[in-house]
Design a protein around this ligand. Sequence first.
Ligand code: AMP
Ligand code: MG
Length: 323
Amino acid sequence: MSESDDSRHPAYAAEMPSDSSPSAESDDSRHPAYAAEMPSDSLRVGPDADLSAIDTSGTPGLPDRKSVRKDPKMWARAELAELGERLAIQQEMLFANAKTNPEDPRRVLLVLQAMDCGGKDGTVKRVAGAMNPEGLRIVAFGPPTSEELEHDFLWRIRNALPKPGFVGVFNRSHYEDVLVVRVRKLVSAKVWRPRYQMINEFEEELVASGITLVKVMLHISFEEQRRRLLARLDDPTKHWKYNPEDVDTRAFWPAYQEAYHDVLARCSPDHAPWYVVPADRKWYRDWAVAHLLLEAFMKLDLHYPAAAFDVARERARLERTTT
Ligand code: AMP
Ligand code: MG
């Protein structure tokens, strides 16, 4: 496990409850009312999103119960294990439905965007890692290759979409074409400006084709990025993760925040909203993203497909077989 322990984050320490007396309160996380505590409403942003007003070390949607407040990190880690099991079951049902019904187009696509060190890789490992690799398609997008540059910016994205029954994860995405491309002036404004509309139309098409989009921006602070870059420099086992260019990119922080603001403002239709997950605390980030994914699955109302054969008859046939 290469992720650093963030329990020493100053903001975290400040939130620890002073009263640690034993509580008689039972853990009610499996109570039916739990469904009402889904964090998506507090994480969803609309066209009026103000990134600078979102506390990157906040924990919106975390249940406000004594058992959680006592040690939120421990609670969230334990809860993540359970969420992971539920995600794996949902994913299996999705896969099973596509396998037994070739007409079922449903799939789920998690789009992860963040500044460098924002935790995309950790989220993939801890959240997507709970699912069966056989039904997963994880794609990381770097600078386009010369072949990709010969096509429009959505070409490589289309090629990476999950097939029906699959869960896709995009580690960066088509949004880089209005983020890095805009901030680092890789193309002119005349080229990137129409892309918001093109992205909206593209995503509308994806949703119409059976894709449930879960778009997540992992939101870290400038200070947290500094801490994480330093941690990479301080640890020889993390040097492979360090990219000297990240320091150059860091100098463009305000321009990136502005570009992110425009993404949230212009590409948040009801069928493909953005969620901004405060990501300074890794345990909260993982819990929140797992929850968002699970919520997306729940809306699909998946069930295991009924057998396309007579189960009793098959059982009888099986019992009759001899060598
Ligand atoms: P990483 O995610 O750390 O492996 O870095 C991938 C790099 O690829 C980042 O610096 C991104 O900004 C860059 N990148 C991703 N998509 C694009 C794109 N469409 N155009 C230019 N650079 C990109
Ligand atoms: Mg990087």
